[in-house]
Each structure stands twice: as C-alpha cells, then as structure tokens.
Design a protein around this ligand. Structure first.
Ligand SMILES: C[S@@+](CC[C@H](N)C(=O)[O-])C[C@H]1O[C@@H](n2cnc3c(N)ncnc32)[C@H](O)[C@@H]1O
Length: 523
C-alpha cells in the first residue's frame, strides 16, 4: 500500500499539472501535492428559506457539524466530521441524504459556495446563472433571494439540464426558471437586463484533483487554451445582458491562468465599459486564505489554493457594468442605428404539445379547488403537471415585448426565443380529472391551502408511515365529506400529501418520510 502511495505521488509529481503548479508557485510543489490528494470533507449548505431551518441546524449539530466561518449568508454552511462519501454511520448517511433530497440542505463543496457569496445578491434582483447544472449555485442564489426577484438558470446540455431541473425541484423555490441555451448566444431578454450574472464556466477542473483523480493523468496545457475560447465566448455574451450598475461573477475550478486571468483580460479588453470590482477579499471571505489575480490588470481577482484551505482550487473575478447614461443592458436595447425606426413585429411559433404554457381558465380552477390565495402567483401547465411560479417570471420573461438583434419585436405572450424547461415548481399532478398536490409544491405553497387540508394526529401519521392505508369509513368526520382525490394532511407542523378515495394513502417521497419519522421521534 505504501508503495502504491509513493508511486502515485511520483506519478502526480511528474504530471503536466505539477509542472503548471511549479511554474505558478516556484518551490512550493511539494506543499501543494500534500494537499492535492486527500479526499475532501463532506460539506453542506443549509437552506434558510425552510420554516424548519432551526430543526435542520440542530440535527446537523447533533451529527457533529462545524460551521464554515467564512460563509456568512443566512442558514450557514458546515463541515461534517467525515470525508465525502466515507461516513461510517448508516443513520447519518440516511439523514444527510434525506435532508439534501428534501431541499433542506445542499451537499456542496465549500469552495464552490464562494462565487455566489461574491455575487452579493440583493432582494428583488433578476439573476442569470449562465452555466447552471447541476444547480448547487442556482439554489444558493434562490436562497439568497428568499422568494423575491428571480433566477434564470441556464444549461445547454440536455442531460445536465435534467439534473438542473431535479435540483431546482428539490429546493422548492417558486422564483427559478430553467432554460436551455448555448450561453454564447443567450437570447435577448426584455429591458433592463439582469442585475446579477454568474458565469461559473465549464473548465478543465485543474483545481479539483481531490475530487477528480483523473485530472492528473489527463490534463494537458492545450486543454486550457481550448477551453478559454469557450469561456471568453460565454462571458462576453453574459456581459451584454448585464444592466449598467449590475454585478457579474466569473468563476472556474481551474488553477490555469489561461482559463482565468487570460479570459478576464480578453473580456476587459473587448468591453471597456466593464471593470473589475475592487473586492476586499478578507471582508468578503473572513478567515479564508486567498491570493490576488496574477497580473496587474487582474489583481482584483481572487485565487483560492487547495493547500491554503481545506478544499479545492478556485478562481473568481467580480465585474461591474459601468456604462454611463444608460439604464439597460446592451443586448436589450435597440442598436443606435435603429433608434428612430419602429421595430418590425414578429410572431412566435405556436407552442409545442410539451411546451410549458400559461394555465387556462380550467387550469386556474385548481387554485379555487384548493382554496388558495393566489396573489403574486402564476399557473403554468405542461402535460399532466400544473406548475406555479411567482408573477415576476411571467411578467418579465413571458409578457414583456423584447427586441431581436435585427430590430424585430416579439410582442410577448410566450417564451420565445428562450427555451424554457421549467418555471417555478410542479405543484399538482392531474390524471383523469383528479389531481393531487405533489411534494415539490409543498414548501412554497402548502401554507396557502385552505381546502382539502385535514388535521391528523400523530397516531394516524405513524400508521401511514408504516404503510397502512386506513379505510375512509374508519377515519374522522372531516374525511367523510371530502371529494375523492388529493388531500394535504397536517400533522403537528408538517404537511403530508396523500390520496383519499375508499382508503387513505400516503403520497410522500422517501426523503420526506424519513424527515417525518425523525421529527416524530421514530428514528
Ligand atoms: C462548472 S459547471 C457549472 C456548475 C454549476 N454552476 C453548479 O454549481 O452546480 C459548467 C457548466 O457549463 C455548461 N456549459 C458548457 N458549455 C456551455 C455553454 N456554451 N453555455 C453555457 N453553459 C455551458 C456545462 O455543461 C456545465 O454544466
């Protein structure tokens, strides 16, 4: 075994990546190698938007969590006392899995939480997460917004976009819209553009040796050069979507200057109205060891090395859009040559059968059926699912007219040219004119439900969790007059989706069942 370790170390020391480190930090290769191989600790971020956040924090502390001091947003982030995927306690593994799957926490590497903290999201912001899958930073942004403003989470790769959708559903936020675009050609949106943009770019991952062990063997210097062209393309498009006064963060998990300082310099040169924000690194990440960017023009950037903090290598640049006398992003307003011309109206293609469309009057009856107060909510429909988002998504991305680059005007009333996969959350599943409330809608909406919501005692909740399906006639009076279909049960402070017909059946995810068992003291 000892032989294997030293062989491996010799192999790593000979790699092209080690040569890059030696070049960047002469004489420090051995220190870096010592920290570039151990497994990462398990780290988690707590979702502060859940009403049971204190309960979640207690559970994490009982399992030995210690706070990550530099992570300052609400909810907090924690290091668990075991290495990633190496926890020896089966109960703790199940707890962490259930907390993550139910959206109460996000398992996320600590360094990966930094870019969103640097974005300094403010309530009400319209935020674009340009390279979003699998979505840990999207959920972090949504948590910072706490229901106000909106996040457009973009991922061009179809498989990864599906992961993004699942992650957003896990988190339960109603202000996230998932789109699928190549970031280099991200479509125009309505004025004024985005207040904040995160470009967490695809990269070679040279800072992730503790997670991706094959980086050692595979990385070659030309990979960074190749990647930097894509990165410049994505970041350049993002800059055009940022409103004057807005903030944009560029980040990679690479240590290669080609993917970092070089990309920043290229974009600064291309767009003189963009500048790097003077970030006080010690104030932004108190207690974290960071270094500046490597060149004069990029010294306001942030470099994080794995050996100087117990994590991965990361790079962050914070830009501001400084254009004077303008209020909206360059890619939202008319070209100066077209200013006096009336834009040519353009009509959108009809929506496809599986496109998400605005709910019609029949769909809207779901709100009244469930006795819900609908202020600020928009209902969407696709196939068997009815989705709900906040109105701001409809108002800005669906209703608002928007220009094309050819001075044509989409009149609004559809998503085009955006390809939208999801808006808000799926809330109801509808089959054969019956519907049921699904778990993805519970976090954001259950508190608004006044019909078909029935109190149950602990004993009945336990029987349901044990797999029993009690007959309707054995239940209390409140159940007898209910229509057949979905109901929400309320036990203590918890909402439990269920189905009521001749009998009562639980419709809860495994993760939510685990959480309820913990809360009822059954585990
Ligand atoms: C570093 S990952 C993003 C990680 C994500 N921000 C998170 O924290 O969960 C980069 C993502 O960019 C996507 N990507 C690749 N090419 C892209 C392009 N042209 N435009 C936008 N995103 C792209 C990749 O598929 C990948 O999912």
């Amino acid at each position: 075994m000892a032989g294997m370790v030293s062989d491996w170390r010799a192999h790593a020391a000979e790699s092209e990546l080690a040569k890059l480190v030696e070049e960047l930090r002469p004489g420090e290769l051995n220190v870096w190698l010592d920290s570039a191989t151990p497994r990462l600790p398990e780290t988690v971020r707590v979702n502060p938007c859940r009403k049971d956040v204190e309960w979640t924090l207690d559970l994490l502390l009982q399992m030995g969590a210690t706070p990550i001091d530099w992570f300052t947003p609400k909810g907090g982030a924690f290091t668990m006392p075991w290495e990633k995927a190496r926890c020896g306690n089966d109960r703790f593994i199940e707890n962490i899995r259930a907390l993550h799957t139910s959206g109460r926490i996000t398992r996320q590497e600590a360094a990966s939480m930094m870019p969103v903290q640097a974005l300094e999201v403010q309530p009400g912001d319209r935020v674009l997460d340009m390279c979003a899958a699998p979505g840990s930073k999207t959920t972090q942004i949504a948590e910072a917004l706490d229901g106000s403003g909106l996040v457009v989470a973009n991922e061009p790769n179809p498989g990864r976009a599906n992961n993004l959708v699942s992650n957003v559903q896990r988190s339960g936020h109603l202000n996230v819209v998932v789109v699928r675009q190549d970031g280099r050609n991200f479509p125009r949106v309505a004025e004024p553009g985005f207040d904040r943009i995160l470009v967490d770019a695809p990269c070679t991952g040279t800072g992730t040796t503790r997670k991706n062990t094959d980086v050692w063997a595979t990385w070659k210097p030309h990979h960074g050069e190749h990647m930097s062209r894509l990165q410049v393309g994505i970041l350049s498009r993002a800059a055009l979507l940022l409103r004057p006064g807005g903030t944009m963060v560029y980040s990679t998990c690479s240590i290669d200057p080609m993917e970092n300082e070089h990309v920043v310099e290229q974009v600064l040169e291309r767009y003189p109205w963009l500048s790097l924000k003077k970030v006080n690194r010690a104030e932004l990440f108190p207690g974290l060891n960071t270094r500046p960017g490597r060149t004069d023009s990029t010294e306001d950037c942030i470099r994080v090395w794995n050996d100087e903090n117990d994590g991965s290598g990361f790079f962050i640049a914070v830009f501001t859009q400084d254009e004077e006398g303008q209020t909206s992003a360059r890619a939202t307003r008319a070209h100066p040559r077209d200013l006096d011309k009336v834009p040519t109206p353009i009509s959108a293609k009809p929506l496809g059968k599986m496109d998400l469309r605005l709910g019609d009057s029949i769909d809207l009856q779901l709100f009244s059926e469930w006795g819900m107060e609908t202020h600020g909510l928009t209902l969407w429909r696709r196939g068997q699912y009815a989705h709900v988002s906040i109105d701001a998504i409809r108002e800005w991305l669906w209703d608002s007219p928007r220009l094309t680059g050819k001075h044509q005007l989409y009149p609004g009333g559809h998503w085009q040219p955006l390809r939208v996969l999801q808006a808000g959350q799926p809330v109801w599943k509808i089959r054969k004119e019956r519907n049921r409330f699904i778990s993805t809608g519970v976090h954001g909406l259950a508190e608004r439900v006044t019909n078909h919501c029935l109190s149950v005692d602990r004993a009945l909740a336990i029987r349901l969790l044990d797999g029993e399906e009690p007959g309707r006639s054995t239940l209390t009076e409140a159940f007898q007059g209910q229509r057949d279909g979905g109901v929400l049960l309320r036990c203590e402070d918890e909402f439990i989706p269920a189905w009521l017909a001749g009998k009562l059946s639980l419709m809860m995810t495994d993760a939510e069942q685990h959480i309820l068992r913990l809360k009822l003291g059954l585990l």
